[in-house]
Ligand binder design. Structure first.
Ligand code: TXA
Ligand code: MG
Length: 344
């Protein structure tokens, strides 16, 4: 199958791209669409056959559930049954963070077929703020299942070119909406009643940080697979090995942690690319990818993360070594991706 690319550089082009996407979705096809986090591979969430095509194109195992996109908080109850005990907190979260990079896991309603949620009784719901995604969701009129538009376990795509690298020939359309503004997948939370305050459990760290969530409840990190929490229920998609580049990647604890082997070619994934951090001069790196060359800050590092990782992966070195980034704000989300990439 030939994969068509639809541009959105003029209002007319955007209108045509949205129409083309909605046409295909209505026929049960899948299309790659931009969101503010990463590109998503969308299909009609109420149509099990369309959803099956998403799994097929991504080579995603059926036990890994998908995120469902809705057009706003007003229609959340079309796909999810918000428990009375947490409805105040859920409203506060959707009020404050939607449209935006926050996904909330809630008990699912029957319109969402089991294939979407991998048989779980819960559904992960998100409302993207990307203008193209917003238009498509609104004009399509039904919820869209949209996981990241990469093959399973690989690096998430933050540009239409990266989607083409992953899925060209497998899907009929990619809508080019430019580079993704956040660059990391949405923060995923579930909400439970707590003793004094509701508990907001972070199942995946992302652009909405624990600090920001704290205002709305007691923030806890969900147990990860390697900590014995991966029983397939709490955070089924939180597989240890994920976002894996083809090239082995090692996350360094500090500069002393790096002992190059004779004859091996290394690339450095650097946070700020500055000598004073102690990494760039460690050896004759074949390539250095800098996450935040401009501001030297975490938001820039997040936006560029998957793009730089992909670039280093394609550079043909034997191993990528990565500097750790500070554990605050977006640092949690970046370190989480780095740890998973390192266990590929
Ligand atoms: O930013 C994003 O969320 C992007 C854009 C395209 O929406 N999507 C995305 O989807 O990252 P995906 O499929 O790559 O990651 C979805 C994650 C998986 O780890 C999956 O296991 C988890 O969400 N998930 C989905 N439904 C769940 C549920 N009911 N309970 C727990 N985790 C769930
Ligand atoms: Mg993904």
């Amino acid at each position: 199958m030939e994969t068509e690319i639809a541009r959105t550089d003029t209002p007319e082009a955007t209108g045509a791209a949205v129409k083309r996407a909605v046409d295909l979705l209505s026929r049960g096809e899948v299309v790659a669409l931009p969101t503010e986090t990463v590109y998503g591979l969308a299909g009609d969430a109420t149509n099990a056959d369309a959803v099956a095509k998403i799994f097929e194109a991504k080579e995603r195992p059926l036990f890994d559930p998908l995120i469902v996109h809705v057009r706003g908080k007003g229609v959340l109850d079309e796909v999810a049954a918000v428990p009375e005990a947490v409805s105040g907190v859920v409203s506060a979260l959707t009020e404050n963070f939607w449209p935006g990079p926050l996904t909330v896991v809630l008990p699912k309603k029957d319109v969402i077929p089991d294939i979407v949620t991998a048989g779980l009784g819960t559904v992960a719901v998100r409302c993207s703020g990307h203008p193209v995604m917003k238009k498509v969701v609104r004009e399509f009129g039904r919820p869209l299942a949209a996981p990241s538009a990469n093959r399973f376990g690989r690096i998430s795509p933050t540009s239409h070119g990266a989607v083409m690298n992953e899925l060209e020939g497998r899907i009929p359309l990619v809508v080019d909406g430019g580079a993704c503004a956040c660059g990391l997948e949405s923060t995923i939370v579930s909400v439970e009643p707590g003793e004094k305050k509701a508990v907001i459990r972070v199942m995946r760290n992302g652009p909405v940080t624990p600090e920001e969530l704290k205002k709305y409840g007691k923030v806890e990190q969900a147990a990860r697979e390697e900590e014995g929490g991966g029983d397939g229920l709490e955070a089924p998609g939180q597989l240890i090995s994920h976002y894996a580049p083809g090239t082995p990647l090692r996350l360094l604890e500090g500069p002393d942690d790096f002992r190059p082997e004779e004859g091996k070619r290394y690339a450095l994934l650097s946070y700020r690319g500055q000598e004073k951090d102690g990494y760039v001069g460690l050896t004759e790196f074949a390539k250095v990818g800098v996450l935040s060359p401009g501001s030297g800050k975490l938001p820039e590092a997040a936006v560029r993360f998957f793009y730089i990782l992909r670039e280093l992966d394609e550079s043909g070195v034997d191993e990528i070594v990565a500097e750790p980034v500070p554990m605050r704000g977006l640092g949690y989300a970046i370190m989480d991706r780095l740890k998973r990439a390192a266990s590929g």
